[in-house]
Design a protein around this ligand. Sequence first.
Ligand code: IMP
Length: 180
Amino acid sequence: MPQPAYVIDRLISAKTIAARIETLAQEIEAEFAGTEKLVVVGLLRGSFIFIADLVRELSLPVEVDFVEASSYGNAMQSGREVRILKDLQGDMAGRDVLVVEDIVDTGHTLAHVLDLLRARRPARLKTIALLDKPSRRETDISADWIGFDCPDAFVVGYGIDYAQRNRALPYIGTVRFTAS
Ligand code: IMP
């Protein structure tokens, strides 16, 4: 199906993202200082660039794992029903775990993944989201670390897609539809 015409307006530059990740990594290191191994769990697919940059800023021993939960598909609306499409590979029992999300929108995805993880009895469970859309929240969830507050707009870039496009943009931008 053809996509409607749109342009992308720059919202957060690559430089601003990199600087923020440096600060976040310092705070995470302080929180998990002395950990034997931190398990960094990325929510696919939107977090893949964020997680790659974040782990390279962390001076901690890390293990990386991934979960994939169903979300928007090709539409622009968030669903309440969350399904796990790909489960973790590793055992989380007794481990220090950091869940990495691209955007907390309604919060249903993160809430569902946290329920799943809690059931596996990690020692510590923390969350970080690159972007937070508090005005769209339908759950009482909030991440322990937030990169940036985000307006109620549809964003792309830095791993985040619109209909599987624009993930490779180095910056984050908002999608604006143009009359075709
Ligand atoms: P939630 O369950 O409503 O919090 O939705 C979270 C997921 O929806 C995120 O992990 C994203 O994959 C997707 N999402 C939310 N807002 C946007 C957006 O502005 N652009 C692209 N994907 C989004």
